[in-house]
Design a protein around this ligand. Sequence first.
Ligand code: CTP
Length: 496
Amino acid sequence: FTGLTPEDSLYRVIEIVIEQGQRLVPILEEGRLTGVVTRTDLINWLVEEPARIPESLSQHRLRERRVGSLMRNRLPQEVYSLLQQMGRLARDMGYTAYAVGGFVRDILLQHPNYDLDLVLEGDGIEFAAQLVRLLGGRYRSHKKFRTAVVILPDGHRIDVATARLEYYEHPAALPTVELSSIKMDLVRRDFTINALAIQLNPESFGELVDFFGGQKDIKERVIRVLHSLSFVEDPTRILRAVRFEQRFSFRIGSQTERLIRNALRLNMFHKLSGSRILQELKLLLEEDDPLSCLWRLEHLGVPENIHPLLQITQNKQEILEEVGRVLDWYALLYESPLPERWKVFLLGFCEGHDIKECRSLLQRLQFSPKQEQSFLRMVENVHQARRDLSTWRKGKQRLSDLYFILSGLSIEAELYLMATGRTELIRKQLSHYLSLLKNTRIDISGEDLKAMGLTPGPAYSRIFQEVLRAKLDGEVRDREAQLNLARELIREEEQG
Ligand code: CTP
């Protein structure tokens, strides 16, 4: 068991608590115990402190490399010339512009990604304003963070941030260091592969800025954090690490995985707001292969740190796999309506739990009361529809009954029902509904009813519903037959 003196660096405390798992560090003066730093003290300090300089900052910028020709080859011509234009504008304004983050990573990985993130050494908002003056479009700015979002006339979105020169002090007695602004910006980022920048000014266009070995990690296919406090500062990065690892078939580096486990052991998720978790969880579930992300999270022990319902039991695993299959099937066949995939998975996490337990999950994820109500209603609708479907029989019952069991449901609920349909029959019914029944429209309109002399009112929707029912059941196939039915129904309405 290790003790420290008041002169020791706080980093020593971090090492002992995080890496050796000691809950309490005694502080000794001349061999006498004069105080302790507890794990809670440390966490409170870490959470309140702004980003600190990581150990790796003392390094110089790594080997410089020009990626201009790579950009020319891998980017669409219009994106490439846009970058050049922005570089010229930055130069004319006396600024330096960089493309950063996922955009740069994806150029090196040859993954198409045209979400442009810019960092300006200069005034980012002023740059956005000038860019809009030059190219048209519009921009929104966020003065407090000195950021702006530019929407070009073609709908292309560019995020612009401002980097600034800052002076940072080491917690211990090391000298204050001055960092170039772009370096300061990159050091706050999550992983080395996301901490790369490309210069855009004409004189150095295409120069890759790599302080932390991002190029090497892309080559070696590793997800690595920039410093050991990364997950403590921002635990959502644990979800991001898994997301990038699975998306690119990389692996989380062993040291980084150890830091994840440490952050989990320190219960870092407990302090994290539900809305931030939900935001990352949505992104993860919208990935092409969300299941592999989920299994990996389970393997790391993440879900139990967020909410017990997110733990993947055998039964849930099967359901989630089926949800994944149904979503892929649907995406192949249909373009709209587009389901919010994450909601279908979330229904899977709620399976087998009562409303109270589901609500507790939604509350952990900070659903607004309205969102919570609508999601819980969807859960109940799924249960109801499942009961109704189990008694509906083809040939014995009408197609319109099937239609009305399902037509009030959201697409997410429909797909979820399909995934959890226990029998082949139920799946067939759902598939039949989605491919044929769902888009059935009647061939008469309000104008027709008006022409028949019916005063507009609630009778209209009753008549439409009845005509639709008859059409679904093959009783009135064409417009003529539907008009006749409508006339008959109007007569009935009039007779009360
Ligand atoms: N970032 C970060 N920590 C976070 C979120 C974001 O450091 N918790 C940084 C990363 O450098 C990231 C950049 O902000 O590259 C932009 O974030 P985002 O758009 O979420 O990431 P991308 O890398 O662009 O991911 P994707 O390809 O999924 O859009």
